[in-house]
Design a protein around this ligand. Structure first.
Ligand code: SF4
Length: 415
């Protein structure tokens, strides 16, 4: 039986049991039985075509359309990713429960539904996440207003409870003065304000600052602030020639959404050709040295060119992304390039990034919905399993302590 965890004024606890459904079949690694690291472990995940559950503890769910056709006092609504939640405006006061069906882990549409229900439609009742809900997601979900979580069958309640321990009380508590949800909202708002202030200050302090964007969710957060505040900070990205199409798709999306033309920097064609002759196109699998040489040609060289003549650069790095980033400062001297380097998201958690993405509805790489967390070049990046170290998705054939591409040589330097 699946576990349901609910937040109330006393904190998080396991309640009752959700209807039974089949445990998801573990994705089959593409290289199972071969042991060849050159073949990526690509989960073969089929998206559900129907609701992941049709019942709640009070009976059958109603679809959104069924609810609109004739709402039932004390009934429950099951929202699907494609539902237009705004249609429920003024029609949800008598619902006992609204469940949001996540067909994929981290599906941004589920977060958007929660945000709309809580902030726009002022829904105060119980709000449940069900479907592809993993224990490591519940904190981020609670931050956008979920207070009930039907965990996927293979998930641990203990991990989810521990994660929620730091959250306190649920959204409903917001109607009570001084609740933790107020505090969580205030903390998030303060975090965003600090980020806005840091970027505005550095834009005023420097002549030619630039964001080195890998088009990650973190860099999209910074891009969104630059665009909203109209800050004079240029944005460039390193098009290594080995990026995923999903990553490249963000360049025109940023143009369309913000009117910002990202400066696309490419590696030296002769250096790339020489590497391929000497090591092969995928020679980076053979040794750390060959991998670092590839990164040096495709990333570090173009980065140095993009930073030439500038007096500051900005990254979206966070401390909890990797053990190599544990001491990452928010501002540091990049003595190699003789300029200041800023990491304004250094103390942000992944949950903060997701909360920002949901709140401001920023463009996001479609790969996040397929289990990718840290996204780089296509042959050197793979999806990870829930709860796995995010860095396991990068250069997985190497040791943890070698997993940097050479872009960030100032790590651990004094502020
Ligand atoms: S991440 Fe992989 S493909 Fe990309 S530059 Fe580094 S070694 Fe080359």
């Amino acid at each position: 039986m699946n576990l349901v965890i609910e937040l109330d004024a006393r904190g998080a606890k396991v309640i009752g049991q959700a209807p039974e459904r089949a445990a998801p079949v573990a994705p089959k690694p593409a290289n199972e039985g071969h042991g060849d690291v050159r073949k990526k472990i690509v989960p073969n995940v089929k998206q559900p075509t129907a609701p992941t559950s049709t019942e709640w503890e009070g009976g059958q769910y109603l679809s959104m359309q069924e609810w609109l056709d004739g709402s039932q006092e004390g009934g429950a609504i099951l929202l699907q990713p494609a539902d237009d939640v705004k249609k429920l405006d003024g029609r949800i006061g008598n619902a006992a429960l609204i469940s949001v069906d996540f067909h994929r882990i981290g599906d941004g549409r589920g977060y958007s539904h929660a945000f709309l229900l809580r902030k726009r439609l002022n829904y105060q009742g119980r709000l449940r996440a069900q479907g592809a809900v993993t224990a490591d997601q519940v904190f981020a979900m609670a931050r956008v207003g979920f207070d009930s979580f039907a965990l996927r069958a293979d998930q641990s309640a203990d991990i989810a409870l521990r994660s929620l321990d730091s959250f306190g009380v649920p959204y409903q508590g917001a109607v009570v003065a001084g609740t933790a949800t107020d505090r969580a909202d205030a903390n998030f708002a303060a975090r965003v304000r600090l980020l806005e202030r840091a970027l505005a200050q550095l834009a005023a302090r420097h002549e030619r600052p630039a964001l080195a964007s890998s088009l990650s969710a973190e860099d999209m957060v910074i891009t969104d602030v630059i665009a909203r505040l109209k800050l004079p900070i240029e944005i460039f990205t390193l098009e290594t020639g080995r990026l995923n199409l999903e990553t490249l798709a963000l360049i025109p999306q940023v143009k369309e959404r913000y009117g910002i033309e990202i400066d696309v920097r490419r590696p030296d064609a002769h250096a790339v050709a020489a590497y391929i002759v000497a090591h092969g196109k995928d020679g980076f699998y053979d040794s750390v040295a060959a991998r670092k040489l590839c990164c040096n040609i495709r990333k570090v060289g173009p980065l140095n060119e993009a930073l030439s003549g500038r007096d500051a650069w900005i990254t979206g790095q966070r401390r909890d992304q990797a053990i190599t980033r544990g001491a990452l400062p928010e501002s540091e001297r990049d003595s190699e390039r003789n300029m200041q380097k800023y990491n304004p998201l250094a103390d942000w958690a992944w949950a903060d990034v997701l909360a920002y993405a949901a709140r401001f509805d920023i463009p996001m790489n479609a790969l996040y919905q397929r289990g990718y967390v840290s996204i780089g070049c296509e042959p050197c990046t793979k999806a990870i399993r829930p709860g796995e170290d995010p860095r396991n998705g990068r250069w997985w054939w190497e040791n943890q302590d070698s997993k940097e591409c050479g872009l960030h040589t100032t790590l651990n330097a004094a502020r």
